[in-house]
Design a binder for this molecule. Structure first.
Ligand code: 13P
Length: 354
């Protein structure tokens, strides 16, 4: 309690619990399921499989995911959206409780989305700090044990600017500090998008700058690095780049970035999938396992790369729920295997791929 950096909360039970939660989220062979799509995003996903985005369909889809039998073998925690945190299973069990009973940790996305950054055409700033302290108290009361905030960084000829990187890093650090004050583990997500024709070297350069800004801000704002997780993008070639980097190249570029920017006190790095093909995302994770043991656990917090096949099988039909759950379970098992460096193509060869 000297007021020195990071000592403000040291030693309290809440800190001990947050550090234990952060470590549990990256426990051996497990990763996080991101199911925190905002209303416009879940609408897009459901409409893509011709399901109307009603509140009941959103609930039914999330129930399908969360109640997948034995999902906790490979999934440590699930990130929910605001609406979902207060929804219930068919049997009237609140989702956070159902997830906890199944052996997983419920979390919550708390940002309010990336909005245009005034004065910086094409760049974005994530909003949601006003009233966040009060919302976090409510989320904690509803059972959330960790939180997520996503900053979105686009690469174009003139972007990102230093100002955009710093503004987003500042907001991420303010969010992270508020989470820890409320006893929730912050997942800090600076996503550098893969949209564009840039080569992998440019993605690496920007990802490194973005992560550097984030850790400078976290340090300045006295965030306890032991009680948080970083959720970065993998370093990739731009989606429209004529030369697509291979799997090993992606793993090396991604690891070099982390090595340069992420302090060893951070317990884990949980990658987003960012619109990559799901099997390719697993292959990248597998290739990253060659760097294990690293200073931090290397794991996943995938949305689309875990859910896409399950969603396409479900298509809103109760009769497809069991098959959709099998597909989710399978992708989770492949990613868990990749973390351990034991994924192989044969796990996804025909007959087993859903
Ligand atoms: P994707 O894995 O689909 O990128 O989603 C992860 C996420 O939580 C994005 O904020």
């Amino acid at each position: 309690m000297t007021g020195g950096r990071g000592l403000v909360y040291t030693g309290s039970m809440a800190v001990h619990d947050m550090e234990a939660t952060a470590r549990a989220l990256v426990g051996p062979g497990k990763g996080i399921l991101a199911a925190d799509e905002s209303l416009p995003t879940i609408q897009k996903r459901l409409n893509a499989v011709e399901v109307a985005a009603t509140e009941e369909n959103r609930r039914a889809y999330r129930q399908l995911l969360f109640l997948t039998p034995e999902l906790a073998e490979f999934i440590s925690g699930i990130i929910l959206f605001d609406e979902t945190l207060s929804q219930k299973t068919d049997h009237g069990v609140p989702f956070p409780e159902a997830i906890t009973r199944a052996g997983m940790i419920p979390g919550i996305k708390v940002d309010l989305g990336a909005k245009p950054l005034a004065g910086f055409p094409g760049e974005k700033i994530t909003e949601g700090l006003d009233g966040l302290r009060e919302r976090l108290a409510e989320y904690s009361r509803l059972g959330a044990r960790f939180a997520k905030w996503r900053a979105v960084i686009a690469i174009t000829d003139g972007a990102p600017t230093r100002f955009c990187l710093e503004a987003n890093a500042h907001a991420l650090a303010r969010y992270a500090a508020l989470c820890q004050e409320a006893g929730l583990v912050p997942i800090v997500e600076p996503e550098v998008l893969m949209d564009g024709a840039h080569p992998i070297e440019r993605h690496q350069e920007v990802t490194e700058q973005a992560q550097q800004c984030v850790f400078e801000a976290l340090f300045a704002q006295r965030v306890n690095l032991r009680a948080m997780l970083l959720k970065p993008n993998m370093v990739l070639s731009g989606k429209d780049c004529p030369r697509q980097a291979g799997v090993a190249e992606v793993a090396i570029a991604t690891f070099r970035c982390l090595q340069t920017t992420v302090p060893a006190a951070v317990p884990g790095v949980v990658f987003l999938s960012g619109g990559q093909d799901d099997i390719r995302a697993t292959e990248h994770l597998q290739a990253l396992s060659r760097f294990v043991p690293a200073p931090w656990e290397l794991s996943f917090s995938f949305g689309r790369a875990l859910q896409d096949r399950a969603l396409r099988i479900w298509r809103g039909k109760a009769a497809n729920v069991a098959a959709a759950r099998q597909a989710l379970y399978h992708r989770a098992s492949c990613n868990a295997a990749a973390r351990n460096g034991i994924y192989s193509d044969s796990m996804d060869s025909s007959g087993k791929t859903f």
